[in-house]
Design a protein around this ligand. Structure first.
Ligand code: G3I
Length: 302
């Protein structure tokens, strides 16, 4: 196959991209995105501040722009993200306790209700664990509502849209030896044992010199899958975009039957949240980088 999405589809997987809605009017960007990928994540447009700018007043104009473009171009959609400490609108930042807990529940119901039956996977909760060696939850206004906020989010999400796969998504959880990875593993194991509805775990995979790719990522994916959840690479970008590392990540996903697919966090280097690290698959002029060829070859079984 000659595109990333078609090549991934040979094994029943997808190869996705984060789309910034305001870039879809750039024809180079839109042409590559439409041609190469068969899954879309909205880079910012489905987040809390975008979809519920005032409490109880939902605004899906930016989110629908990305969603409609994806569907019109034959792509499935990953929803990102419903409960997160970051990118909260001001009204939510100022809430705490039971009022914040209820606002989180109402937000999940409002957004998932709007897209009911239309989203393949939702990142229900994003980035709830602390960095470093503690293995603790990240402190946040949501965490301070009580340790059960994550399972409440997942139970709410299951009821709001039973057809969506419900994911927990985080970064610096790719290396099996890291405390944050082990903490996330313990949470997922506990959720599966107690029947908390979780279907998938997203590994963001923002690799750089400070948090490098390690070949034990495949072990991590296998160990989570063995708990009875699907896994996915959800926000891949790699400092310098070494072709061999990109191929390794793709091969790690292909080696795990429950790995649903890979999403890269942007199209061209210039579209990246960390453009100075040139971490993506396309040069700024839209031409393919060596990492692109390495990914395509890996997806084609080579
Ligand atoms: O839209 C405003 C614009 O009006 C304003 O002029 C401009 C000035 O700074 O800001 C624009 O908003 C920015 C937005 O991206 C859209 O470009 C925000 O400041 C900026 O904070 C926001 O950054 C996003 C970041 O999440 C916020 O947390 C990045 O685009 C997005 O790539 C990044 O994605 C996250 C994932 O959601 C979760 N995992 C990590 C990943 C990378 O940080």
């Amino acid at each position: 196959e000659s595109t990333l999405g078609a090549a991934a589809a040979q094994s029943g997987r997808y190869f996705g991209v984060a789309i910034a809605g305001n870039r879809l009017s750039d024809s180079t960007y839109a042409t590559i995105a439409a041609r190469e990928f068969n899954s879309v994540t909205a880079e910012n447009e489905m987040k809390i501040d975008a979809t519920e700018p005032q409490r109880g007043q939902f605004n899906f104009s930016a989110a629908d722009r990305v969603y409609n473009w994806a569907v019109q171009n034959g792509k499935e959609v990953r929803g990102h993200t419903l409960a997160w400490h970051s990118q909260q609108p001001g009204w939510m930042q100022s809430l705490s306790g039971s009022a914040l807990r209820q606002a989180m529940i109402d937000h999940i119901n409002g957004v998932m209700g709007h897209y009911k039956g239309k989203i393949a996977q939702w990142d229900v909760v994003n980035e709830a664990f602390a960095d470093g060696s503690s293995g603790a939850r990240r402190d946040s206004n949501l965490q301070r509502t009580g340790n059960d906020w994550i399972e409440v989010a997942f139970r709410t999400a299951r009821a709001a849209d039973p057809s969506a796969k419900l994911c927990y998504n985080d970064y610096n959880v790719e290396d099996w030896t890291w405390a944050k990875t082990q903490a996330m593993y313990a949470m997922v194991k506990d959720f599966k044992q107690r029947g908390v509805p979780i279907d998938c775990v997203g590994f963001q995979s923002h690799f750089n010199s400070g948090s490098p790719y390690n070949s034990n990522f495949r072990t991590t994916l296998q160990n989570f899958a063995a708990l009875g959840v699907d896994v996915a690479v959800t926000e891949l970008d790699i400092q310098g975009a070494p072709a061999s590392t990109y191929a390794n990540v793709v091969n790690d996903c292909l080696a795990v039957s429950r790995c649903l697919g890979v999403t890269v966090w942007g199209v061209r280097d210039s579209d990246s949240w960390r453009a100075e690290q040139t971490p993506l698959l396309f040069y700024n002029d839209g031409s393919k980088k060596p990492a692109y060829t390495a990914v395509l070859n890996a997806l084609n079984g080579g």
